[in-house]
Design a protein around this ligand. Structure first.
Ligand code: PMP
Length: 394
């Protein structure tokens, strides 16, 4: 039977990581893989997480199963972190999932159960894993225009023209903040417009929120998600704790389904728990428990927020430094969008030949679509990158 299996495409980012490792140049720069790195290139365990882990080790008395939805307190704390009390809790169903990816996958599974004919409309470009999971599941996908490589911003007119083509019951997948891979985001006014159009066509919004706290702050980054959940009859939210709690390998995320009709909660909650049961049974607990502890304890929470805030502002400073260096070296404002972008990524908007030239000539590694991880930089490497970008003629 195994002879029937075909070789699957290699993950491009993992291949890039390997090439970086093998590059002997000492001044090489890794802007590839999507994990946060500090100025020394490390991905530290956050202080509050380390403290919670210590406490947990001292106090945890059992590793017996939790519940199919995970510990309900984790669900409540995450619901409050994401939705901030803006929607009635009686309208929110939630289950813990293995990471944000698990939440995205379960969200798609729920859509397939509810409406197998739904087309999922995704931004062009989107996180490649959205496309590969949808393909694997055989769900119909349609891209909507999103990134304008001329301006480095959002092609808003194109986006609206495309999403109004959705049929009632289709799903519009949106990045809640810090769009991956482009870094370009909608303004609050643009979000309002998108919500209006989604409601006009009778589509269902699904929000992927993987970087809350990495853009403009915890509340500002959740604002669009809150607006959608308040304004649309039904909303699906897949949130990840990997980045904002720095617990990538613990696999911690949450899937929420909000229906303005509280009468739907029993069946919706039951469906989400059923899906967990079918796919992996009980969700991982360790990361979820750490998040729950940090969010429940005033001191831990304050410390976590302040560390997250320095991660966020550190990335913003690098963005501004890079945009300034490029303005000076290129004598133009055409890279100003780098300071407007938010989150860990920016798509610089050049072709694969220039990406290759950066790698070959300068030892600078970014993903083939010209996505760079801003957190891979530090104050000393920013000028080198700016020089290289101008040198290869981007
Ligand atoms: N959605 C997006 C847009 C992402 O960038 C990521 C992380 N790369 C995820 C979801 C899921 O992250 P994880 O499964 O590691 O929590």
């Amino acid at each position: 039977m195994f002879e029937q299996l075909k070789e699957q495409p290699a993950d491009k980012i993992l291949a890039l990581m390997q090439a970086y490792k093998e590059d002997p140049r000492e001044d090489k720069i890794d802007l590839g893989v999507g994990v946060y790195k500090d100025a020394h290139g490390n991905t530290p365990i956050m202080r509050a997480i380390k403290a919670a882990e210590k406490q947990l080790w001292e106090t945890e008395e059992t590793k017996a199963y939790t519940g199919l939805a995970g510990d309900p307190v984790f669900g409540e704390r995450m619901r409050d972190l994401v939705l901030g009390g803006t929607v009635d809790e009686a309208t929110v169903s939630a289950v813990a999932t293995p990471g944000g990816t698990g939440a995205v996958r379960q969200g798609f599974d729920m859509i397939r159960m509810a409406n197998p004919d739904a087309t999922i409309h995704v931004s062009d470009p989107t996180w490649p894993n959205h496309l590969s999971i949808l393909k694997h599941m055989g769900l119909p996908v349609k891209p909507y225009r999103y990134f304008d490589s001329e301006t480095g911003g959002v092609d808003f007119a194109g986006m609206i023209t495309d999403i109004v083509q959705a049929r009632p019951g289709d799903v519009i997948l949106l990045h809640g903040c810090c769009h991956n891979p482009t870094g370009a985001n909608l303004s609050v006014i643009e979000w309002k417009h998108v919500i209006e159009k989604i409601n006009e066509v009778g589509a269902i919004p699904m929000i992927d929120l993987a970087y809350q706290g990495f853009g403009d702050g915890l509340d500002a980054d959740a604002e669009p998600t809150r607006m959608v959940a308040q304004s649309c009859p039904e909303t699906i939210i897949a949130a990840s704790c990997s980045k904002n709690f720095g617990i990538y390998r613990e696999r911690t995320g949450i899937l929420m389904a909000v229906s303005q009709d509280p009468g739907k909660k029993k069946v919706t909650q039951g469906t989400l728990a059923y899906l967990n049961r079918q796919n992996f049974s009980f969700p991982p607990d360790h990361g979820a428990r750490l998040v729950q502890m940090v969010l429940s304890d005033d001191d831990l929470r304050e410390d976590w927020q302040s560390e997250l805030e320095s991660v966020r502002t550190g990335m913003l400073e690098l963005r501004h430094q890079l945009a300034d260096e490029l303005r000076e070296r290129s004598g133009s404002d055409r890279f100003g969008f780098l300071a407007q972008h938010r989150g860990m990524f920016s798509r610089i908007g050049c072709g694969p030949d220039k990406v290759e030239a950066l790698r070959e000539k300068h030892g600078i590694y970014m993903v083939g679509d010209s996505r760079m991880n801003i957190a891979g930089l530090n104050r000393t490497t920013v000028p080198k990158l700016a020089e290289a970008i101008v040198d290869v003629g981007i």
